[in-house]
Design a protein around this ligand. Sequence first.
Ligand code: SF4
Length: 214
Amino acid sequence: MEYKFKIVEIFNSIEGEGSFIGYPTTFIRLEGCNLRCEWCDTTYSYDNKSFKLLSLKDILKEIKRYKTKKVCITGGEPFLTPNLPFLLINLYKEGYYLIIETNGTIFNEDLEIALREIYPKFYLVVSPKYEVKYIINKFLIKYINEFKFVVDKYISIEDILKYRNLYKVRPLILQPESNKKIFIKKALDLQKELLEFDIEARVIPQCQKFMGVK
Ligand code: SF4
């Protein structure tokens, strides 16, 4: 049986967020999300109509149009996608380096088996969300490569400090919501406060928006 994936879009651009900023990257946006963040800029990823059903073969055909070796698996919330492990393992076998973005709420045994198989050729970015009080699924924690907190009107230093022991070895990114000045200032203030706890956070806006690219 051929699996079909609900794909909202596949496009080639640069990575505009986090540690891989500036690298040419192909994005695979999967359909569906279990959260509804107030400021979400990809609501079309869970409107249950803006997707196509594509097989692995269709997906590979599309991403092979580009020379890019980095593929970002994003959403929505990619970990909701049935058979995601099959897609991850096959992209890995094709030689792609995977950047996987998740809100950190979902994890299961099949995903764990897939991540073990493709380790270390992936980079898992977790962006904990206010909607769930910044809770991360405890089984996911050991696979996290980077924390990215969106600095919005809700976030406080206590929310960020929930995972304080993990920032020693993993980058902590503060991303001002929608690049708004008020949240750039809040992110810079949080960055200073975090220094008091011996934590060096990076403040990085969404560069793709400054550049006017997707
Ligand atoms: S988790 Fe991400 S995709 Fe889902 S609603 Fe929040 S910002 Fe949007």
